[in-house]
Design a protein around this ligand. Structure first.
Ligand code: FES
Ligand code: FES
Length: 155
């Protein structure tokens, strides 16, 4: 029988305590235990970026982190950053630049892009491309995504 452990995590500003399987990944915990399905699961081995979350201020792959490793941490998801309006400018730019099609990559892409926006510096298009290089999009060809991020960062 798999071992269960009790964890307490602050998710989008709310403290939650749950018993979780020792091997459960944090993105599965968010989706299955808390119903926060905005973080997507693609490759499940750290390549596609669909599961990107913010943990204690840094973006991480939710499929490479165990839920038990998030014990005592603050976890922010696409839902939390959308509700707080932190992503408002990026979301508007993505919409206006047509930077999404199926939308599967979009939550992770926004989380990664916001990581750059928060640095409050100018970045070249090459630097933007480099920063989102761990986030795969199978639809858009990236041009419009870079356009949207560029607009928010560089005006
Ligand atoms: S599902 Fe986590 S990186 Fe692809
Ligand atoms: S919009 Fe479909 S994968 Fe990016």
């Amino acid at each position: 029988m798999e071992q269960a452990l009790t964890i307490t995590v602050t998710v989008n500003g709310t403290q939650v305590t749950r018993s979780v399987a020792a091997r459960q990944h944090v993105v599965d915990f968010l989706r299955e235990e808390l119903g926060l399905t905005g973080s997507h699961i693609g490759c499940e081995h750290g390549v596609c970026g669909a599961c990107t979350l913010r943990v204690d201020g840094d973006i991480v792959r939710g499929c490479l982190m165990l839920a038990v490793q998030a014990h005592g941490c603050r976890v922010d998801t696409i839902e939390g950053l959308s509700d707080s309006k932190e992503l408002e400018k990026l979301q508007k730019a993505f919409y206006e630049k047509n930077a999404l099609q199926c939308g599967f990559c979009t939550p992770g892409m926004l989380m990664a892009a916001q990581d750059l926006v928060r640095m409050k510096k100018k970045f070249s298009r090459e630097e933007i491309r480099s920063h989102i290089s761990g986030n795969y999009c199978r639809c858009t060809g990236y041009q419009a995504i870079v356009d949207a991020i560029d607009e928010v960062i560089n005006g």
